[in-house]
Write a protein that binds this ligand. Structure first.
Ligand code: NAD
Length: 471
């Protein structure tokens, strides 16, 4: 390897794993068993399109099988390759374990630029990919359950579910073969926003730990904190929007493919997102100033840098120039292993991807549960809770002998709907996992940072499961 280049994505993930495994006391060889990707399948399949036959290459990696089903997104990207899929599948194993979601890790990709195909062609290609996965036993509610990732979304997930249903007409749980579906097709409220929402909850939890806040050289809460976000896609858009609109943070920079918009007094994320949808770029947006060199914008002064686009954007080439006090990894693998070492030495606090972007898989887990139970969250208990709320209100009013404030009254009498339950389940998951990672960090003197602590937590939990299995 060239000394000036960083480790590859897969090498970075494995090096972080090794660092954490070495800090634990595991039976000989077990760490290697957990780290090894169990199976990778490369598929080449032909699809008849308007212009004739075209051959596509896709992969599905099953990193682990200590729990079932294995879970992980499907990425559509022209640069997809097997090693990237393996790295992402490994991250899924660790991520599920960290947030206590009982799935093993998997990931898939198709080497394709989706923008070059019509909707009809994409449907045809996706359905063919689903057939290929199915005939190799890589699709099904109890074995392997994909979800959206970069370049894929709800519509593709419903094509996969529909194709699976056609292939297995007697499978009553067929729709649970994939998550991230539209709500009218078996999806769950809150899945689209879930990863960005999880990023928000994770950063909120960080600010509840004032010792961590102090360690990062900050004080107070999210109000007025300056944030730069890279990637205004699903994850970046939702994270920026919620942090700005609900927590009062200032989004002082947004970086996209064509450059960055910087604005020290804070941008309106929603307006910029709508502008990008309309124009396909962020250049020309009415507020802030545009710079073409998006990479330079990563190095601007801010409190929190949220890379939410892709892997390997902070490397040993730019790590020394990063001025943010916290890096909140919303994307998978945005900071390389080498950059991580440099940033740790410089005291930059990194909230790691294996934890921070786990909101997507957490809400996917809720969707899978909803599909298996065939009932929407809150359906059984909402009226009951409302009746209970009414009784409490009546009791309170009769005790104080005056009517309660109408807003308080309405809140007490409102039964939970699906979105409220999903958000509260996600928030609880993110808070609990943050605390577990912190405890792992503080209880093991060999662990020097939160990424290593997160990996160690995941390895410990998977090791405990292996310990109870006969291999
Ligand atoms: P997306 O395709 O919706 O958005 C990515 C955005 O980043 C796009 O707007 C794209 O234009 C922009 N982008 C791409 N390359 C860029 C670059 N070099 N500089 C600046 N901007 C760039 O994808 P997404 O679903 O938001 O995923 C983003 C990251 O989050 C990926 O690493 C993905 O693996 C990870 N992730 C996504 C989910 C999910 O639920 N979608 C869950 C966990 C992790």
């Amino acid at each position: 390897m060239n000394k000036n280049t960083d480790l590859s994505f897969l090498e970075s993930v494995n090096s972080s794993f090794d660092l954490a495994a070495n800090a634990l006391d595991l039976p000989k060889g077990l760490a290697r068993q957990i780290r090894t990707c169990n199976a990778v399948c490369e598929m080449k399949f032909g699809v008849e399109l308007d212009d004739g036959y075209e051959i596509f290459t896709g992969w599905r990696a099953t990193h682990s099988e200590h729990a079932l089903p294995a879970k992980g997104g499907i990425r559509y990207a022209p640069f997809a390759d097997q090693h990237e899929v393996e790295a992402l599948a490994a991250l899924m194993t660790y991520k599920c374990s960290i947030v206590n979601v009982p799935f093993a890790g998997s990931k898939g990709a198709l080497c394709i630029d989706p923008k070059k195909y019509s909707l009809k062609e994409l449907e045809h290609i996706t359905r063919r990919f689903a057939q290929e996965l199915d005939k190799r036993g890589l699709l099904g509610p109890g074995v392997n359950v994909p979800a959206p990732d970069m370049g894929t979304g709800q519509r593709m997930m419903s094509w996969i579910a529909d194709e699976y249903q056609k292939l297995h007409p007697n499978e009553i749980n067929a729709r649970a073969c994939v998550t991230g579906k539209p709500v009218h097709f078996g999806g769950v409220q809150g899945r689209i926003e879930a990863t960005g929402r999880g990023v928000q909850y994770g950063i909120q939890e960080f600010f509840r730990h004032q010792d961590d806040v102090k360690k990062a050289g900050l004080s107070g809460n999210l109000e007025g904190k300056k944030i730069i976000v890279q990637g205004l896609g699903n994850v970046g858009y939702h994270a920026a929007k919620f942090l700005e609109e609900e927590d009062g943070a200032l989004i002082v920079g947004i970086i996209e493919r064509d450059g960055a918009i910087l604005c020290d007094r804070g941008l309106c994320t929603e307006d910029l997102y709508q502008y990008k949808l309309e124009h396909g770029k962020i250049e020309g947006f009415s507020s802030g100033s545009f710079i073409e060199d998006g990479e330079r914008a990563l190095e601007q002064a801010c409190d929190i840098l949220i890379p939410a686009a892709m892997e390997g954007v902070i490397t040993k080439m730019n790590a020394n120039r990063i001025q943010a006090k916290i890096i909140a990894e919303a994307a998978n693998g945005p900071v390389t292993f080498d950059a991580n070492q440099i940033l740790n030495q410089r005291g930059v606090f990194i909230i790691p991807d294996t934890y921070l972007n786990a909101g997507g898989v957490t809400v996917s887990y809720f969707e899978w549960l909803k599909n298996l139970s065939h009932v929407r969250f809150g359906r059984m208990e909402r009226r009951f809770m409302e009746a209970q709320g009414s009784r409490i209100v009546r009791l309170m009013e009769s005790t104080v002998d005056q009517p309660l404030d109408p807003i308080v009254k309405a809140e007490l009498m409102k039964g939970p709907d699906e979105i409220t339950l999903v958000r509260s389940g996600l928030e609880d998951t993110m808070c609990e996992a943050y605390q577990e990672i912190k405890e792992m960090h503080l209880s093991n003197s060999k662990i020097k940072d939160r990424r290593t602590a997160a990996f160690a937590l995941a390895i410990r939990k998977v090791a405990d499961i292996y310990d109870s299995m006969y291999l």
